[in-house]
Design a protein around this ligand. Structure first.
Ligand code: C2E
Ligand code: MG
Ligand code: MG
Length: 650
């Protein structure tokens, strides 16, 4: 059976079964037609019956015409309909009509002729119709009524005729024929039932297989979604994105195209999650992902990379186009979100890296876009940053320093240098500022480069504690060794992160105890950035330090967050005016220094001018009454071994 097309509905299954039945009938049609043609020719032309010759010839012409039409119909079916979605019911009707007409013609022939033929011819007629009736049981099995009617038409009237004949032997043949007819009709019915059932079974199997295939397809889809789709946003997840991105990179290689990867990170999302709740956070993510999808060009590859991070791949857009697209995405993401009764605002920072310009594979491309995003977020959140080689160098250097910082203390790579702070009136050294140096292989790395890395990766506490102890030990060592060091203090830089430590005061106390240095010689330099933190905690910390006898300086004054009221409450001991104002002392720097000097008396702090580089600057600062001076004009930071000589030289 060719008709194995997949029936997807009961109606389709019905049509398919009708086609199967027609197919079975037509596949055997040539044999049936041929047998009829041979049998009719043999009976008409094989025996000589002059009285019935006219009837025989007319009958033969009619049956020949019918057989030709049936032959043509079968030919047409085999050539044009077989294997197609033909109308099975119509084809069966055509076939059945032709077969039944043939059966009726045979019936007419035998009923007309049996009484007038010799016994030999009668025997031949009986053999022919019996054989044809026997064959029809299987050949016509696909159509039960036709199979039964065919047997009936061929045998029953003929047998009844013989049964009613006056000839005894014909009565016997009639009886036999009738019995044979009954058996054949029953056999035809059974064969038909079997065939029809087989067709039904076949279709039930097809339906079953289809159902199983549907189930398998459904499960496959479920598994695909579980492993490729982000459940919250419906976007691709990490693994699906990586697979697709790999393909896009391969395509870009063959087509010599270029790709841009956008690393999109929401700004302020954590705050939404923490303050309003995760359910609202989820809704923001869903809405943000919809906006991104709307903004992205057709056939885009977009995924939720994790948390509040999304990735978008853009093909064949130059840098200006990518930036324009990224900016419009940021604008769209930054529109307010109305969720329940809340009106929520977030932003997004986007980092971009290009393939093949920047990266060799998708993993690297994502990393670089992430790097560009991260660096951009630190500089200017809610804007677009493009990866560059300079940025790449910066990042790889940062990574190297971060790794090497972890055991720099153990490897003795740190040392302190000391820059004198001069008392303007006495012209003596008031204190040395301890400045950290890092000897990494052949390179001396300045603190401006590595302190922020140490702060970022949590190494500053350990390093800061080392500096504190080392500076206290050195100062005490000098004081013990040489009386000229007596009354010279040490100024130690302290990071905000150290100040936030609960046990910072005990770390300072440990350094003092271990070194034996008197607390009154120690000045801790804190920057104004501590005022951006929890003010109460910072006040407590500063007060606790001062209660220990340690003095506190504000470093780089004027560059950060200080306000007069804060200065008043904090009661710091020293204020170090940032070198940028000293460099501009001829212009507006002077008024800043003046203002600080004005309040210093009232608030009870002394003033240090940092970065004094010229005699003119020094003269101006002296005339303004600044208490202490520090800068290259007076002395550069000194190695420990040079300090004693320096003191002798002034
Ligand atoms: P700072 O505390 O303001 O230190 C003064 C910086 O200015 C020092 O740079 C010093 O060498 C430089 N300087 C001194 N006089 C002049 C001058 O006349 N002209 C110019 N242009 N610069 C001058 P340095 O040693 O590179 O330190 C930079 C910064 O690194 C320090 O600024 C401080 O914030 C930080 N730092 C240094 N050591 C430590 C440390 O042990 N711990 C912490 N947390 N930070 C440190
Ligand atoms: Mg300092
Ligand atoms: Mg400073």
């Amino acid at each position: 059976m060719v008709n194995d097309t997949v029936p997807s509905s009961p109606r389709n299954a019905e049509l398919s079964m009708q086609r199967d039945a027609a197919e079975l009938l037509y596949k055997n049609s040539f044999a049936g037609i041929l047998i009829s043609a041979i049998a009719s020719s043999a009976l008409v032309f094989g025996f000589d019956s002059p009285e019935y010759s006219f009837f025989q010839h007319v009958w033969f012409s009619i049956i020949s015409l019918v057989l030709v039409i049936r032959f043509w119909d079968s030919l047409h079916w085999h050539k044009y309909l077989s294997g197609t979605e033909f109308n099975g019911q119509r084809a069966t009707h055509r076939f059945v009509s032709g077969t039944l007409v043939t059966a009726v013609l045979w019936c007419i022939y035998v009923v007309t002729m049996y009484a007038h033929v010799e016994i030999i011819e009668l025997a031949c007629m009986i053999v022919v119709v019996s054989a044809m009736a026997g064959g029809s049981a299987t050949v016509l099995a696909a159509h039960r009524l036709t199979a039964m009617a065919y047997v009936f038409a061929l045998l029953v009237p003929f047998s009844i005729g013989m049964l009613l004949s006056e000839q005894d032997y014909q009565n016997i043949l009639g009886m036999l024929g009738l019995s044979f007819s009954i058996v054949m009709i029953v056999a035809s019915k059974k064969a038909s039932d079997f065939t029809v059932q087989a067709i039904h079974l076949k279709h039930e199997n097809i339906a079953l297989v289809n159902h199983m295939e549907e189930q398998v397809a459904l499960r496959t889809q479920e598994i695909y979604e579980l492993s490729n789709i982000d459940a919250l946003t419906g976007l691709f997840n990490r693994s699906a994105f990586l697979n697709e991105a790999k393909l896009q990179l391969e395509q870009a290689d063959t087509k010599h195209e270029y790709l841009a990867l956008l690393f999109i990170d929401l700004d302020g999302f954590k705050k939404v999650n923490d303050s309003i709740g995760h359910a609202t956070g989820d809704q923001v993510l869903v809405q943000a992902s919809i906006r991104l999808q709307e903004e992205a060009p057709d056939n885009h590859l977009l995924c939720r990379w994790g948390g509040d991070e999304f990735l978008l791949m853009l093909a064949n857009m130059d840098e200006d186009e990518v930036v324009a697209k990224a900016e419009s995405m940021i604008a769209r993401i930054s529109e307010p979100y109305e969720i329940d009764t809340n009106r929520i605002s977030i932003g997004a920072t986007i980092g971009v890296a290009f393939y093949p310009e920047h990266a060799r594979n998708e993993i690297e491309l994502i990393q670089l876009a992430d790097t560009a995003m991260y660096s951009q977020k630190k500089k200017t959140p809610s804007s677009v940053g493009i990866f560059s080689d300079v940025l790449g160098y910066k990042i790889s250097r940062e990574q190297k320093l971060k790794v090497r910082l972890t055991d720099a203390i153990e490897k003795n790579e740190f040392r302190l240098v000391y820059q004198p702070i001069i008392d303007t009136k006495k012209q003596t050294v008031f204190a040395f500022e301890a400045l950290l140096r890092w000897q990494l292989d052949d390179e001396t790395i300045a603190p401006d480069e590595f302190i922020c890395i140490a702060e970022q990766y949590g190494q500053i506490r350990k390093i800061g504690a080392w500096v504190l102890k080392e500076a206290c030990l050195a100062t005490k060592r000098w004081q013990d060794r040489d009386p000229k060091f007596l009354n010279i203090g040490v100024s130690i830089n302290v990071s905000v992160i150290q100040m936030q430590e609960e046990n910072f005061t005990s770390i300072v106390q440990d350094a003092l105890t271990e070194s034996g240095l008197h607390a009154g010689y120690v000045y801790l330099e804190i920057t104004e950035s501590i005022f951006a933190n929890d003010m109460d905690k910072m006040f407590q910390q500063v007060t606790a330090l001062q209660n220990m006898g340690v003095k506190v300086s504000i470093d780089d004054f004027g560059t950060g967050y200080s306000s007069l009221s804060v200065m008043q409450d904090l009661a710091v001991n020293l204020v170090k005016i940032d070198q940028s104002f000293i460099q501009k002392i001829e212009s507006n720097g002077r008024s800043i220094v003046n203002a600080v000097m004005d309040i210093s008396d009232g608030l009870g702090f002394k003033v240090v001018a940092e970065g004094v580089e010229t005699p003119e600057q020094m003269a101006q600062l002296v005339s303004l009454g600044v208490n202490y001076l520090q800068g290259f004009h007076l002395a550069r930071p000194l190695e420990e071994r040079d300090i004693s000589n320096y003191l002798d030289s002034i």
